[in-house]
Design a protein around this ligand. Structure first.
Ligand code: ADP
Length: 493
């Protein structure tokens, strides 16, 4: 009898199944041999929702055994069949969009509107990669010397370890699982210890939608270092895809180096949001609210630094304060909430530290700036103006609903400020001069630049960073190729 958690929506819908809270290994839900469990908290109330099995390194290797046993048959499954299964996963997820959204809100704290958006975005990876599974085209050419043909075939890279963070517990999982399966790889998912329930629900949806045993395995652990370390030292594992902090990314890259494991890394960001004098103010505010407040700022693409040109600066700050002050902070499941709970106490402590540091260096608090008393990990929408150079908030992701605004005079100076970081994930530019916007987009050191938009994520677009924000891309055809090896066959005929 497997352990489970019944998630019932506020409308009384108990979902298609009780969510198994054990480990998924070889198509079976199994309890941890140690009997250990990890408590899962509701960040809005700080109460324990349930617990999940806590895997040991041996169970990580059991998951590799299962992924290995399933690998050959899955790689040989016709692409159309793989596509059909992925499409079934898309439809099954969308059929339970509201239930999954409420589950995400329960364990992550985000506002329900954000969670609904996440489920749709997450499911879209299944649909996109169902379409990609049948389009893994090779190449054929005549060698320049004319002696032979150069044939290139894309083959599944092998067993993949997928490690995901807590901020998008559904989308970060499907963004990795879907291309892995489309390419013909089997995998082991290691969700974040704060938010495993969503991943477990998605895994059960996939199992019921026809994903064969062993193709997707799920391991929760409170001790990810040794569990993932052992998996990365198993010679059968050939791929690592990680989304999380740059610090942990570095540790994993070092471990992956031992067996030269192909590594895709989506790491930290420090996104600049540039507003030029000629920008449409209302559009810039609308974009700023999306870039800053989606997920209450808990996104690696979240705007962290607002550089606003002098001529529009005061109007921008005033309007931003106006709009952010109207945003309702509260438990994510309450319909009117736009700014839900942060993930944990440490997140609140970090935000408080960064705000205090900025204020001690001369920043003015125009809105918010203080966590409320009482239960739940809440921080209100906040605006800091005149943030001074050297403030920690300019070099560290705040990962919360705090907008730090800095004036500038010359657009070239703004590009230099935008680039003055070791990160390079997303950047935003608002201007009505598209020529200048495109020139700036080319100069900004980021993997993704949004011009007159506050949102970049799209299953059909290559998501990823430059500099210390990561390696490789997720989403689009590029994301599929991360799970493929190019096999070159030299052939004469
Ligand atoms: P965050 O600071 O956002 O929690 P982390 O980088 O710490 O980000 O965590 C992202 C993911 O990496 C989580 O699934 C976490 O369990 C995992 N993780 C943390 N430390 C390690 C480690 N040493 N080895 C493997 N995975 C790890």
């Amino acid at each position: 009898m497997t352990n489970s958690f019944t998630c019932t929506t506020t409308e009384g819908h108990a979902g298609p199944f009780a969510i198994p809270t054990d480990l998924l290994i070889g198509g079976q839900w199994v309890a941890a041999v140690s009997g250990k469990r990890i408590d899962i908290l509701d960040p809005a109330t700080e109460t324990v929702l349930t617990s999940v099995a806590d895997a040991s390194p041996a169970e990580g290797i059991a998951a590799v055994d299962a992924a290995s046993a399933a690998a050959r048959a899955w790689a040989a499954t016709p692409p159309r069949k793989r596509a059909d299964i992925l499409l079934a996963c898309f439809h099954a997820m969308m059929a339970e969009q509201e239930w999954l959204a409420q589950l995400i809100t329960l364990e992550n704290g985000k506002a329900l509107a954000d969670a609904r958006g996440e489920v749709a975005h997450a499911a879209e990876f299944f649909r996109w990669y169902a379409e990609e599974a049948v389009r893994i085209n090779g190449e054929l050419s005549v060698s320049p010397g004319g002696a032979n043909r150069i044939m290139v075939q894309y083959q599944p890279i092998g067993i993949a370890l997928l490690i995901t963070p807590w901020n998008f517990p559904a989308a970060m999982a499907t963004r990795k699982i879907a291309p892995a399966l489309a390419a013909g790889c089997t995998c082991i998912l290691k969700p974040a210890e704060e938010t495993p329930l969503t991943a477990l629900a998605v895994a059960e949806i996939m199992r019921r939608a026809g994903v064969p045993a062993g193709v997707v395995n799920v391991i929760n652990t409170s001790d990810p270092g040794p569990v993932c370390g052992d998996i990365l030292h198993d010679p059968r594992v050939r791929k690592l895809s990680f989304t999380g902090s740059t610090e942990v990314g570095r540790i994993l890259l070092r471990q992956a180096a031992d067996q030269v494991i192909s590594s895709s890394m989506e790491l930290g960001g420090n996104a600049p949001f540039l507003v030029l004098d000629d920008a449409d103010l209302d559009e810039a505010i609308e974009g700023a609210l999306v870039a800053k407040m989606r997920n209450a700022g808990e996104a690696c693409t979240a705007a962290n630094r607002f550089y606003v040109q002098r001529g529009i600066h005061d109007a921008f700050v005033a309007k931003l304060v106006d709009h952010m002050s109207a945003m309702k902070m509260g438990p994510g499941l309450e319909g009117a909430t736009q700014c839900g709970a942060m993930i944990n106490r440490a997140a609140i402590d970090k935000i408080e530290h960064l705000v205090a540091d900025a204020v001690s260096r001369g920043a003015e608090i125009k809105l918010g700036g203080r966590a409320p008393a009482g239960a739940g990990f809440f921080y209100p929408p906040s605006v800091l103006a005149n943030v001074q150079p050297g403030s920690e908030i300019l070099s560290t992701e705040v990962f919360g609903p705090v907008a730090a605004v800095i004036p500038f005079d010359d657009p070239q100076e703004a590009v230099s400020l935008a680039n003055a970081t070791e990160y390079g994930l997303a950047a935003y530019v608002y201007t009505n001069d598209l020529k200048r916007g495109l020139q700036m987009a080319e100069q900004i050191e980021a993997g993704m630049v949004a011009i007159n938009r506050g949102l970049v994520s799209d299953a059909a677009a290559p998501f990823g960073g430059v500099k210390q924000s990561g390696l490789g891309r997720e989403g689009s055809h590029h994301g599929l190729l991360e799970y493929c090896e190019a096999k070159y066959i030299a052939v004469s005929w």
